[in-house]
Write a protein that binds this ligand. Sequence first.
Ligand code: GDP
Length: 487
Amino acid sequence: TNHPAGVSRSKEDYLLGGLLLDDPQLTQNCRSRAQQHLYRKASRFLPSNILISRLRNYEALHRKCAVDAKHFVQIFKSPGADAEALRTASDCRFAVWIAWSGLGNRLMTLVATFLYALLTDRILLVDRGTDMSDLFCEPFPNSSWFLPVDFPQSWLEGLNRSNPYRFGHLIDKGKCSVHVNVSSIPVYSYVDLTHSFDLQDRRFFCEEEQKVLNQIPWLFLRTNIYFVPSLYFVPPLNKKLEKFFPQREALFHHLARYLFHPSNDVWGRIIRFYDAYLSNVDQIVGLQIRIFDPTKTPTENVTSQVFACVLGNKILPNTSNADANEQPWAAHIVRENKVISVLVTSLHRGHYDSVRKFYLHQPTEDGSLVRVNLPSHEGEQRTDKPDHDKQALAEIFLLSFSETLVTSPMSTFGYAAQGLAGIRPWLLTRPGEDSYPNFACMKAFSVEPCFHVPPLFDCDCQGGTDPGKIIPFVRHCEDVRWGLKLS
Ligand code: GDP
């Protein structure tokens, strides 16, 4: 097969170093599964053999337990049903992911929840929300990753802070312990892992609490955070993590490429854009611009920051005032110039216009040609609208085909792209942050996403320790000072 940029790849490359199962049916139903490797440079990270064999075991467990899951639907449909009978009916345990929050956040939490399932011998079941099945192919062979179709949506909607089944309610406030006795451990529980989770749910990251969770067959998780770094603080989980991921920086990279295969519809959008705008160039530079509050962040400020970053770090060439007559002549015929494609993603078109104008109004110093593209400008976030979400997913993937990435601080949209790509991006600094007054961007120290709101390390209730000071490779992030990421 020919790589769109001319690199030839062997047939086996699509299995991504053994990460993916060679399954004809999965591949047949899902074009991205067979073609993704043709659009990205080969990864510099290889999955460990232990991870590969764990994934193959997971696939078998998923197949078996997804069938059992169907029999359980009744207890969630009629609350009076005999839940205890279920405990003995199957030895399967489940981690149910609830569809919530923006797409970047969803990719973070699906990886985190899947990882938690892998580490604790559960299977992941996915709430399809409004459009999850329009966005992704099924990742596991001969079974589905979705909750059974007749699973009552109203049950999921009731899973909020005040739900009586919330895990935090099982924990004695102030006593530093779980107060259930073994005979009253529930069959299902809801774990709140959202950014404002309370002190009790934060004890999810403690060993004793994990022992209790292990005995609850059905766990429902609502989360919008990449909670993976804090799992390293639970000793039995840490042991497995160290074995599965000897290159810690590649954790999200491997699991995201394992799980996320855009549906044929989304993949069509991706490759049409790539083939028309990004192929046959010498380099692709992705510029991900995410502005959380446009009223407080003037477009001009961000544009000048982006220029300071890309020109100051020689990510893109500068322009010169040279006489237009001295420019290379008829470059399209001579074809000697380097061509760079810049892929801008943003909800607004202002930054794209400025960058494009910059390269059209003056020639570059080194004679290279810079092509600037903007796949869409949706104006505002419209999560749960299928067409909008498909576009967002397409753009995350397109960004992940870049050789160099410039991303926005605190944005999971950018984290997802860098993680899929397996590259460390240039992170724009947060305007107005006192600690970074003098530079526009910095090279990230890891490919991993940042966990924005890790709890204090405080399982023994001694007042708590800075979680960035426990394990040398779990460090505070560049863009969120309290955040944590693996390196
Ligand atoms: P975060 O808020 O930056 O962490 O990223 P999320 O992906 O979780 O939420 C932002 C949502 O806004 C995305 O999922 C999209 O729906 C939309 N969005 C933000 N930036 C872009 C963009 O550059 N392109 C497109 N198409 N949508 C975007």
